[in-house]
Design a protein around this ligand. Structure first.
Ligand SMILES: [Zn+2]
Ligand SMILES: [Zn+2]
Length: 110
């Protein structure tokens, strides 16, 4: 939850993002302390943080981990690097057309 300072009485006023109309970036708030209205401007603040060491971005090999998800057949043969966002597909492991056809005829059992 965010809060802003009332420009009149300098009390902190809680902002509830879920009550906001997302088409508007400005909204009128009433200070619960002094009952004055003021406009609140919503700003998206981009935060940066380090994900961690990524040796693969410094010349080492990617640490490939198999991807999991539903349906399984869709993720087979797909890998994602543990250290960075790189992905790869191993063609030989990907589901074949026949397997997809079987999957669709059987329905979503997985
Ligand atoms: Zn106030
Ligand atoms: Zn990587």
């Amino acid at each position: 939850m965010e809060s802003v300072k009332c420009p009149y009485c300098e009390e902190y006023v809680a902002i509830y993002p879920e009550e906001r109309d997302h088409c508007e970036d400005k909204e009128i708030y009433e200070c619960p302390n002094c009952s004055k209205n003021f406009e609140v401007l919503a700003e998206l603040i981009l935060k940066y943080s380090v994900v961690g060491k990524a040796d693969c971005l410094n010349g080492a090999n990617h640490k490939w981990e198999p991807q999991f998800g539903v349906p399984k057949i869709h993720f087979r043969g797909k890998y994602i690097c543990e250290d960075c966002s790189a992905t790869k597909q191993v063609k030989e492991e990907l589901a074949t057309k026949e397997e997809w056809r079987e999957y669709y005829t059987k329905g979503c059992e997985e």
